[in-house]
Ligand binder design. Structure first.
Ligand SMILES: [Ca+2]
Ligand SMILES: [Ca+2]
Length: 339
């Protein structure tokens, strides 16, 4: 909570600086400021694919993750250690979807040589195989919050390793499953990863530190070229250096808001801050809905009309005047969007 209070204090400073953008509704203030692009946001739209190794229901026109020599070296969206010899050696695109139960991942990997894996071979490390390793840092605000469902490690690695036809896939924990299949240029992977493996029930707007690591074993090459790997998107290995998955609504945006306190008194004031990512197309923010958890508390809206452009992150901050006739109790804040 101390962290949130510091954040609120700094954002209220921003509110002062960008005061000309503030829109007032009675005594409430809601300020919206553009804060950057979505370079480090991995957008995830809702959907429930059939996980069968066929990627027919996926589109890769705008992949959530694109791992190529260019994106790693020129766009500086990740690291390589050691680096592949080019996109034919190792490159990939990946896409994600989510529903109330699972995060789904599909990846098309280009790999010039597959390390065949038989049913008799013990799996061992994902880095000893051609693998798509999915890494999460389940955030404390979800794993220790009201939607927590299971205790999980600080760092979750799931090795989605290629396996030969007739062999079994790598066993994964917590109900996670995947199918891998050979293609003319490498292999594909399709996975179903229950949110219980990340320790919480999901909600639109959730942000989860995340990266993919593509591991490549080429057994027929000289010793110094038999292994290479990409990690993307990431600026490093700390939780704040990873990119973040953002769970979006069907219209392609996601928001999370933090209030200074969850319970309010009539006539009091409530500070808040938060972010909105807009991934797909322009949307119109109408304001903030303050929704009481009990029916007696009522609901009201603070106007904050603003068009939000795609490809951008926005910071919201402000303070709400709680009406004198509002009921006491717990409230949640929700951004309201409309035409
Ligand atoms: Ca290769
Ligand atoms: Ca390989």
């Amino acid at each position: 909570m101390r962290h949130y209070c510091r954040r609120i204090a700094s954002l209220l400073t921003i509110l002062f600086v960008f005061g000309q953008d503030a829109m007032r509704a009675q005594d409430s203030v809601c300020t919206v400021a553009e804060s950057g692009d979505l370079t480090w946001v991995v957008p995830v739209l809702p959907g429930t694919p059939v996980v069968d190794g066929e990627l027919n229901e996926w589109t890769f026109a705008r992949p959530a993750v694109s791992a190529t020599t260019r994106t790693i070296r020129d766009d500086r969206l990740g690291w390589e250690a050691p680096g592949p010899q080019g996109d034919d050696d190792l490159s990939a695109v990946a896409q994600l979807q989510w529903d109330d139960e699972c995060l789904y991942l599909a990846a098309r990997v280009t790999d010039d040589e597959l390390a065949e894996t038989t049913g008799q071979k013990r799996w061992g490390s994902p880095w000893a195989h051609d693998s798509v390793v999915v890494r999460f840092r389940p955030p404390d605000w979800l794993t220790q919050g009201p939607r927590a469902v299971a205790k999980v490690p600080d760092d979750v690695h799931l090795g989605l390793s290629y396996y030969s036809a007739g062999a079994d896939s790598r066993p994964l924990p917590d109900g996670c499953t995947y199918i891998a299949a050979k293609t003319d240029t490498g292999y594909v992977v399709e996975a179903s990863l229950p949110f219980t493996a990340l320790g919480f029930r999901p909600a639109t707007g959730d942000r989860i530190p995340f990266m993919l690591i593509f591991s490549d074993i080429d057994p027929g090459k000289p010793a110094d070229l038999r292994f290479d790997q990409y990690g993307i998107p990431t600026r490093g290995f700390g939780p704040r250096q990873l990119a973040q998955i953002r769970l979006l609504c069907p219209d392609g945006y996601g928001a999370d808001l933090v209030a200074g306190c969850k319970s309010v008194r009539p006539g009091s004031r409530l500070d808040f801050c938060g972010t909105i990512d807009v991934a797909r197309r322009e949307v119109r923010l109408l304001g903030l809905d303050v929704v009481a958890k009990s029916e007696a508390g009522g609901t009201w809206r603070v106007d904050c009309r603003r068009a939000l452009a795609p490809g951008k992150r926005y910071e919201l901050s402000g303070t709400l005047a709680i009406p004198a006739d509002a009921g006491s109790g717990d409230y949640v804040l929700r951004p309201a969007f409309g035409p």
